[in-house]
Ligand binder design. Structure first.
Ligand code: XIL
Length: 398
């Protein structure tokens, strides 16, 4: 009962531990953590009592429970997280999310570093992790111009690139058949104006490489949801290009199940109207929509999008919140997340999943890109694995 006076982060952790039932996959880990939580909880109770805070009960205490009837809640995970190095981080992952996406370990560079030489160790570990915690796996990604093994760029002929594509898709999608719920078959094939990016695949194989990739994936992993994934494909010009790709795949009689809107957005600049229009237009093509890499960047940069080869020089003025995030910005972040989730819930019949690009701020790729070594705050949990105001806004919204 006294729990209700505690700050809510604590409430969450405590309830998660005490509600643990035998058979619940998180039980041993949580029992192991109980003692340290007790100390943590006690200090929070003390602080709360001193400040006389009154907190109302949250409507749900985890993201996955809050949105259980609406859509899956996913997160990108890295190799270290899959190895469960930090118990508190594992606890957060296992209790808040019901889907995971490999942040890097299922990219071609990781899986096939040399021609026809595959390394499945970390990807297999991720599959085991997903089984242990009963999570879906949304695999990422088969064909992408970035994080490609070096040998692919030196292939001289269209035939050899075709061979790489079919061997890679057959081997990788075939191995994880029945173990993953979806694949991002092609990632980031579009320019901002909706034309096709002049990638190594486009240059050697022409525009039909996209249809071919889906055809190969359909054969290698039948029944798995196949997605086209991109950033900024909620913006009208790029969206039009995306729709063209989808229609061509469909016209060729090849299966495509969904479109991923990555969702790397910026504080105070959410393109809410464009996002809503995109959800409606993609769904009208008979596709599922997923938000696949959600984060909201609070730091400045001079371009938008998520082309990972685009970088900026570091400069202290670009990294103003080294110690902590000012409350005013924390609140704006909460409001932005609130607006987004209200939109997602409004269209829950069209949205299959919302996946964050990382569990907590400390893990975010935005600490290192496009400027190295910054302190960014784009997610719902902070570096100490505590829920941020944005978390409560999202979880408490009607
Ligand atoms: C990023 C990872 O988060 C980083 O760890 C890695 O260094 C580069 O790639 N769009 C995508 C993701 O589709 O795969 C990218 O992930 C972020 C942009």
């Amino acid at each position: 009962m006294v729990i209700w006076q505690a700050e809510r982060p604590l409430y969450l952790l405590f309830i998660n531990c005490s509600n643990n039932k035998p058979g619940n996959p998180t039980t041993p880990m949580l029992n192991h953590l109980n003692r340290s939580f007790a100390v943590y909880i006690f200090s929070y109770l003390l602080v709360s009592a001193v400040h006389g805070q009154q907190q109302r009960a949250p409507s749900a205490h985890t993201l996955r429970d809050r949105f259980r009837d609406d859509f899956m809640i996913g997160t990108a995970v890295n190799a270290r997280q899959v190895q469960e190095r930090i118990p508190m981080e594992t606890q957060l992952l296992a209790t808040q999310f019901n889907a995971i996406t490999p942040e890097n370990v299922m990219k071609a560079q990781s899986l096939q570093p040399r021609w026809n030489s595959f390394n499945f160790e970390q990807a297999d570990q991720l599959i085991e992790f997903s089984k242990k915690y009963h999570m879906n796996v949304n695999a990422h990604t088969l064909i992408w111009h970035s994080q490609l093994p070096r040998f692919v760029r030196s292939l001289q002929t269209a035939d050899s690139l075709k061979l790489f594509m079919s061997n890679h898709i057959n081997t990788v999608a075939g191995r994880y058949y029945g173990k993953v719920q979806s694949w991002d078959v092609v990632n980031e094939a579009l320019n901002e104006d909706g034309t096709l990016r002049k990638s190594v695949f486009y240059d050697k194989l022409g525009e039909n490489y996209i249809i071919e990739a889906f055809r190969l994936a359909q054969a290698a992993t039948p029944g798995t949801d196949l997605y086209y994934n991109d950033y900024n494909n909620e913006k009208p010009a790029k969206r039009a290009g995306c729709i063209e790709i989808i229609k061509k795949i469909q016209a060729a009689g090849v299966k495509i199940d969904g479109v991923g809107i990555q969702g790397h957005w910026h504080l105070g600049q959410l393109p809410i109207k464009d996002i809503e229009e995109s959800i409606l237009q993609y769904a009208a093509l008979g596709l599922k929509v997923a938000i696949t890499e959600l984060d909201i960047e609070v730091l400045k940069r001079n371009f938008q999008g998520a082309e990972i080869s685009q970088r900026m020089n570091s400069d202290p003025s670009l990294d103003p919140y080294k110690e902590s995030l000012p409350d005013s910005i924390q609140q704006r972040l909460a409001e932005d997340y609130d607006a987004l989730f209200k939109l997602f819930v409004k269209h829950k019949d069209k949205i299959a999943r919302v996946t964050f690009w990382g569990v907590h701020d400390g893990q975010s790729w935005l600490n290192g890109w496009p400027v190295a070594g910054r302190t960014n705050y784009p997610l719902l949990f902070d570096r100490q694995y505590r829920p941020k105001p944005a978390f409560y806004k999202v979880i408490d919204s009607e």
